[in-house]
Design a protein. Structure first.
Length: 338
């Protein structure tokens, strides 16, 4: 449980603020909603990948890597943040971007995170949706190795036990903040995708016996698959931490009812959640992850799943850079006075 034993770069802006959302709580009329601002972690607009990359990039550096590779969807926040870390460390970065949504929209394909990837000096190549991105990345890594390069390959979303350590640390940080102000957290809520965030949080919360239920709102996979992915990674993360056996299957809960048509395709309630946070709290969500997580949170409040007086913490995982890749979905019905 002693995280200082793992190699780590200290580049994130930590601790991230824990704030009460007064206007959103009032509008929803039930529980007290708090937000953990992991959209403010720093490194190219911030987001949850910063905490993971502190551990992953320290490992890359320790192994003497001269190029890091990773993969993700076209508007991957993880790809953008990896590019920023590589720039900071003076390591080359090569990205494989999958057009998972099939979009031909120029903003989706060139603006937002893609623009930032290239600003940070990363090179990239694209793949059509549906290909085995892990295999594609291995093939390209082999190409680099054949040229004599030392490649460090980061899995999609930075989700392996090393990356998940970043969210073990976040669990400790959040508990420290809540304890310091006498805040009893009844539920912790977050978006869940490649699983490292939820798995790290579970391993961390269980290792210190926090007894805070964690709910993940899925963005892609159906519930059984998402929960199994999180569970397997949480087990491995707990083992890496030196506390095997703390994670149980029932600790892992994902609700995938807010995914809609598929990954990266916002629904009406995703857009509504983005608007509510922006208009009531001055906070930017994103159309792929935090917008869907917040849509789930809002619906749970409206349906009374979270009770009056309960304290809910929404972990904001970032992603606002992707808003600029989704101008079409966001501009569609806003009020413009010409
Ligand atoms: C990657 C990402 C997530 C999902 O986190 P995982 O660890 O992949 O489950 C959530 N929100 C944003 C903004 C992300 O970029």
């Amino acid at each position: 449980m002693h995280l200082a034993r793992f190699p780590r770069l200290f580049l994130a802006h930590l601790p991230t603020p824990l704030e009460r959302l007064d206007r959103l709580s009032a509008a929803l009329g039930g529980p007290e909603i708090w937000i953990k601002r992991d959209d403010c972690t720093g490194m190219s607009t911030g987001g949850n990948k910063t905490r993971k990359l502190e551990f992953l990039m320290a490992e890359a550096q320790a192994e003497g890597a001269d190029v890091v590779m990773t993969q993700g969807a076209t508007q991957s926040n993880h790809a953008r943040q990896t590019a920023a870390f590589a720039a900071k460390l003076g390591i080359d970065c090569h990205l494989l971007l999958e057009n998972r949504t099939g979009s031909k929209n120029p903003d989706y394909n060139h603006n937002g995170n893609v623009l930032l990837d290239h600003l940070h000096g990363a090179s990239s190549e694209t793949r059509p949706g549906g290909v085995d991105m892990h295999a594609e990345m291995e093939a390209v890594a082999e190409r680099y190795r054949a040229e004599g390069r030392r490649v460090y390959v980061i899995p999609g979303g930075g989700s392996n036990p090393t990356g998940a350590l970043g969210y073990v640390d976040c669990a400790y940080e959040l508990l420290g903040q809540a304890n310091a102000r006498g805040l009893v957290i009844d539920h912790l809520v977050t978006a869940t995708g490649s699983a490292g965030t939820q798995a790290g949080l579970i391993a961390g919360l269980k290792a210190i016996n926090a007894r805070i239920p964690l709910l993940g709102f899925g963005v892609r996979a159906p519930k059984p698959k998402q929960e199994e992915n999180v569970y397997q990674l949480a087990l491995k993360t707990a083992e890496k931490l030196g506390c095997p056996g703390v994670v149980e299957r029932e600790d892992v809960v994902a609700d995938t009812e807010y995914v809609g048509e598929g990954y990266g395709i916002p629904r009406e309630d995703t857009i509504e959640a983005i608007r509510l946070f922006a208009e009531l709290e001055g906070i930017l969500l994103d159309p792929v992850y935090s917008g869907k997580g917040a849509a789930g949170l809002i619906d749970y409040c409206r349906k009374g799943y979270f009770k009056e007086g309960e304290r809910i913490v929404f972990l904001h995982t970032g992603g606002s850079a992707a808003l600029f890749g989704y101008t079409q979905s966001l501009e569609a019905d806003h009020d413009v006075i010409d």
